[in-house]
Write a protein that binds this ligand. Structure first.
Ligand SMILES: [Zn+2]
Ligand SMILES: [Zn+2]
Length: 192
C-alpha cells in the first residue's frame, strides 16, 4: 500500500482537500529530514477538513498523542516542528490554488462536504476535482505551497490525569477542567 492509499483508506475517500494535507506533510517531512528515528515531531493544523486526516496518517502525529495540535484559523496552513528545537517549518497553501477549477468549484465542494448536494452535483464535483487533486499531488511544489521557517518552540501540552467529582452530576473529570461554584467542583456541562 502506498502512503497515499493508506491516507485514502483511513479517511474513506480521495479528494483535493485530502491531497493538500498529504502533500504538505510529505514535503515538510522531506525538508525536515523527519524520518530519522527519534525525531519528535509536533504538527499544528489550522483547519478541520479532510486535510487534517492526511496529516495525521503521514506524520504519525495524532490527537491522542497530543502532538497534533488544532488551531481554529480556517486556513490551509500546517506547521511542523521538532520538539525542543527553536525553528519550525510552516507550509501554507498558496492563494488561488483551490479556485483554479473555477469560482463555483469551491461552492460545489462545500455543498458536497455538507451533504446537501444533489446526485448530479456530486458527480460533477468528483469529475471536476480529479485534475485539481492530481495537480496538488504531483504539481510543482513551489507553485502550490509557500514554505517558511518560523520561530516556534513546541512542546507537548501538559496532561492532568488526576480526577475530581462534579458536585452536580457526579461524573468525574480531570482536575484541571473543574470549575468551582460556592467552593464546590462543577464540570463544564453543569456550570450555570
Ligand atoms: Zn475529503
Ligand atoms: Zn457535572
Amino acid at each position: 500500500m502506498t502512503d497515499w492509499e493508506k491516507v485514502v483508506s483511513f479517511h474513506g475517500h480521495s479528494c483535493c482537500l485530502l491531497a493538500i494535507g498529504y502533500r504538505a506533510t510529505k514535503v515538510a517531512l522531506e525538508k525536515l529530514n523527519a524520518h530519522l528515528p527519534g525525531y519528535n515531531l509536533v504538527t499544528v493544523v489550522e483547519n478541520r477538513t479532510c486535510a487534517a486526516d492526511a496529516v495525521q496518517v503521514v506524520s504519525g502525529c495524532t490527537f491522542g498523542k497530543r502532538n497534533f495540535i488544532y488551531k481554529d484559523n480556517g486556513k490551509y496552513v500546517f506547521t511542523f516542528a521538532c520538539m525542543g528545537e527553536r525553528q519550525a517549518l510552516r507550509v501554507s497553501l498558496r492563494a488561488g490554488v483551490l479556485s483554479k477549477e473555477g469560482d463555483d468549484f469551491v461552492a460545489l465542494m462545500e455543498k458536497v462536504a455538507n451533504g446537501v448536494a444533489t446526485e448530479g452535483e456530486r458527480e460533477e464535483f468528483y469529475r471536476r476535482q480529479e485534475p485539481l487533486m492530481k495537480y496538488i499531488l504531483e504539481g510543482p511544489v513551489e507553485e502550490i505551497f509557500e514554505m517558511q521557517v518560523v520561530n516556534l518552540e513546541k512542546s507537548l501540552p501538559e496532561l492532568c490525569l488526576q480526577m475530581i467529582t462534579c458536585s452536580r452530576c457526579g461524573e468525574e473529570m480531570m482536575k484541571d477542567h473543574a470549575f468551582f461554584q460556592n467552593g464546590r467542583p462543577v464540570c463544564k456541562d453543569c456550570l450555570v
